[in-house]
Ligand binder design. Structure first.
Ligand code: FAD
Length: 107
């Protein structure tokens, strides 16, 4: 079985990086394929209890929000926070997702 923590770090890097490169004004085709990607990702994620909980979170009022880069980045941050809460980790400030994953921290 995979190392769930290592798999998680790598996967969040991939997922947040996808949001960072997402268009500010995505076409409707881009939006549709992105929603499909996230639903498929949640089914194929190779930690089965993680995948089950992620699918359930999406089904319970948290369908992917893909109308713009900022919406998608915030949605991904909220998805990650749902796992952080489940694991007792600290919640990330989603107002700063872009600084962490796209533009770099300003300090
Ligand atoms: P990670 O949580 O991997 O975070 C990596 C970096 O992302 C952090 O250092 C921080 O800089 C940044 N970050 C943290 N939170 C946010 C946020 N909300 N938004 C943006 N950036 C952020 N593990 C389990 O044990 N059980 C599970 O059920 C489980 N489900 C998962 C479901 C999915 C879809 C994924 C991708 C991972 C899941 N994991 C699960 C793995 C878990 O989320 C962590 O990746 C793992 O515990 C390693 O944690 P970490 O503390 O190294 O940092």
């Amino acid at each position: 079985p995979p190392d769930v923590a290592q798999l998680g770090r790598s996967s969040w890097t991939l997922l947040h990086s996808i949001t960072a490169q997402y268009p500010e004004k995505p076409s409707s085709e881009k939006q549709a394929e992105t929603s499909t990607f996230m639903k498929t990702f949640a089914k194929l994620y190779p930690c089965w209890h993680c995948a089950g909980d992620f699918q359930e979170w999406m089904a319970n009022g948290n369908a992917p929000r893909v109308s713009s880069r900022d919406e998608f980045g915030r949605w991904m941050c909220e998805a990650h926070n749902a796992v952080n809460v489940k694991l007792g980790k600290s919640v990330f400030d989603c107002g700063r997702w872009e600084e962490r994953w796209r533009t770099g921290w300003k300090d």
